[in-house]
Design a protein. Structure first.
Length: 452
């Protein structure tokens, strides 16, 4: 009689609106690996009117990593991707086939322990936690002991101020190096003006950047004018040597004519001396005059050679001067690039330190957390892919989700007013867009955690 009463109660429960509502509620949950299930299988024997319990199939079961549940008699049944109601129907069908029963046994599947969720980032105790139905992002953060906060507010605030100051110094130094690099590149290219451009990593202090640009522009003009002055001086020497060579060439031609005339006169005197019409001293004087002209021509030729050497040396000095100027600019540009790369690395380190310090300032002092806001992201795996999107505090977390919490300082649009983070858009009803990756407008994650 007691078994008949239990069976009647089970039939009444399954047929009641409460049971239908419970099945509908369970049907919305999709099973996955690490879910702990309580399974019960009963069979109503019509000939006796008693409910028979399949004891071997009743108990606690765990969804394996491959998404199946291993049960006695039946074997492995696919559970992941389906609801508890789907699994209950599958168990009844499988048992009917294995035991060759006339009717399908009634099976019930209840999730005893949900698979865990994970929370990482700027929380006190990141890690794996047991899931509770209806869990929201804010409750998940509370489970992890709340947002990250420091134990020594003064020390943390001092570290944050120091890190911000270091960032400002690095930004100012980088602005100066960026302006210097632009000036060196203009000198290397032989340009008449510097293309400073916009440095995406420049400092927020525009005045310092403008000062660096003005300084490099002044240095560029000074060096360029000095180079032009040196080249102009050498070019004047070149012009002087060229004029000297033209003068010497003209003098050489005049001496050639004089030597030619002297040779004619000497020949005439030799004829007169041979005929006895003139005296020998006159011949000697003509020979001395011709030798003097030839000596002067040799001096002129030597002077022309020297002038040509000086001209060649001056032209080479111009080439060497330009090459040395460009070589020095190339060397300084390489050193400047190395310094910029080193500053960028220091900046990344200082930014991480600043973000960590500011994250720990939350909850330490009221004014320390001013301008900081929490950013929540949910990563959920669906099938072979995983999607990540921004979430609000009341967004629903599902088992297996990874909640990432970051803390960032909001840029100010106006003095004393911080920009508010975007609020996730809601669809019709009360469900936020951030409930799942199916939301088409959910912005995907583009930033890294502040405390990685």
């Amino acid at each position: 009689m007691r078994l008949r009463s239990m069976a009647a109660a089970c039939i009444a429960l399954f047929g009641s609106p409460l049971a239908a509502a419970a099945a509908d509620e369970a049907g919305r949950y999709v099973l996955g690996p690490q879910d702990h299930l309580t399974i019960r299988v009963y069979d109503l024997r019509r000939n006796t009117g008693e409910a028979y319990s399949w004891t071997a199939l009743n108990g606690q079961f765990v969804v394996a990593a491959d998404g199946t549940v291993s049960m006695p008699l039946i074997g492995q049944i696919k559970a992941a991707g389906g609801t508890p109601l789907d699994l209950a129907n599958a168990i009844g069908v499988a048992l009917k086939q294995v035991a060759d029963l006339a009717e399908k046994p009634a099976a019930s599947v209840e999730v005893a322990t949900y698979r865990p969720f994970y929370i990482i980032g700027a929380v006190q105790q990141p890690g794996k936690y047991e899931y509770q139905p209806g869990l929201t992002v804010l409750q998940a953060v509370s489970t992890a002991q709340g947002l990250m906060r420091g134990t020594d507010p003064r020390s943390i605030q001092r570290d944050a101020v120091t890190s911000r100051g270091e960032l400002r110094n690095l930004a100012a130094e980088r602005a100066g190096l960026a302006a210097k690099l632009a000036r060196l590149e203009a000198e290397i290219a032989g340009a008449d003006a510097i293309a400073f451009g916009a440095d995406p990593k420049g400092p927020a202090d525009k005045a310092y950047a403008d000062q660096a640009v003005r300084g490099e522009q002044l240095l560029f003009d000074t060096r360029r004018n000095a180079l032009k002055a040196e080249i102009k001086a050498i070019e004047q020497s070149v012009a002087s040597f060229e004029n000297e060579m033209r003068t010497l060439d003209s003098k050489s031609k005049t001496l050639d004519r004089q030597i030619e005339l002297s040779r004619g006169e000497l020949g005439l005197i030799n004829d007169l001396v041979s005929k006895g019409l003139t005296i020998a001293p006159r011949k000697l004087a003509a020979e001395q005059s011709q030798a003097s002209f030839e000596s002067s021509r040799l001096d002129v030729q030597v002077a022309m050679l020297r002038a040509q050497q000086s001209l060649t040396r001056a032209e080479r000095d111009i080439i060497d001067l330009k090459a040395r100027f460009r070589r020095e600019a190339l060397s300084e540009a390489a050193e400047t690039r190395q310094k910029i790369a080193l500053i960028d690395e220091k900046t990344r380190t200082a930014e991480r330190l600043t973000a960590d310090a500011e994250a720990q300032m939350v909850g330490s002092t009221d004014d320390a957390a001013e301008g900081l806001s929490a950013r929540y992201e949910i990563t959920r795996k669906q099938g072979a892919k995983a999607g990540t999107w921004l979430a609000s505090e009341d967004a629903v977390v599902e088992p297996g989700d990874v909640v990432r919490v970051t803390l960032a300082r909001q840029p100010a649009d106006r003095a004393g007013e911080a920009r508010q983070p975007p609020t996730p858009r809601r669809t019709s009803g009360s469900s936020p867009v951030s409930r799942g990756p199916a939301a088409p407008d959910a912005p995907y994650r583009t930033t890294e955690s502040a405390n990685r």
